[in-house]
Design a protein around this ligand. Structure first.
Ligand SMILES: [Zn+2]
Length: 177
């Protein structure tokens, strides 16, 4: 069933013009139609096809891969861009330099995961410098999963007992007064 929310070509022209960088996926959500339908409508309005490679946008995608926060196929990566994964992959095929950029970024992140600067302790949850973790051959980054603090103070029990003692002492003093 065709969506009733899809605007006419005239309406769409005005909408695209008002917000030229709004990602196609956002229009598709708004109009409850496919990404492809939005792309067609855009072309019907006379806008140039997005297939022509935009190296500025390709750069943004590659930078995001370098940040390690996104992988190539995660939708969030393209959320605020005028292209999606499929379009980006066609750019990669058309321009080997872009694909090379992707491979370099992926390689960089892979190496970093083997040799990180920081690590999150699985016990206290704190992100700490890598030298706060003991060495081990067990894991690929060569470090323990639990930070030195947590290893030296297992389950924080000593602190807990000390705190309880202090509270009891305070209570006693109150009762005495
Ligand atoms: Zn810890």
């Amino acid at each position: 069933m065709p969506s009733r929310r899809i605007p006419s070509v005239e309406e769409a022209y005005k909408l695209f013009n008002d917000d030229p960088y709004k990602p196609l996926s956002h229009w598709a959500d708004e109009w409850e139609c496919s990404h492809e339908r939005v792309r067609q409508l855009r072309e019907q309005c006379g806008f140039p096809p997005i297939s022509s490679i935009d190296h500025g946008i390709a750069r943004i995608v590659i930078d995001r891969l370098y940040s390690g926060k996104y992988s190539l196929t995660v939708r969030d990566l393209y959320d605020d861009l005028p292209i999606g994964l499929e379009k980006f992959m066609t750019w990669c095929k058309e321009d080997p330099a872009i694909w090379l950029g992707v491979l370099h970024a992926q390689q960089y992140i892979k190496e970093k995961s083997w040799n990180p600067d920081e690590k999150q302790c699985t016990k206290c949850g704190e992100l700490q410098k890598i030298d706060r973790f003991g060495k081990t051959q067990k894991y690929k980054d060569g470090r323990q999963k639990i930070c030195n603090n947590c290893v030296q103070n297992p389950s924080g029990k000593l602190e807990e007992i000390q705190k309880k003692k202090e509270k009891l002492e305070q209570l006693r003093q109150k009762l005495d007064n």
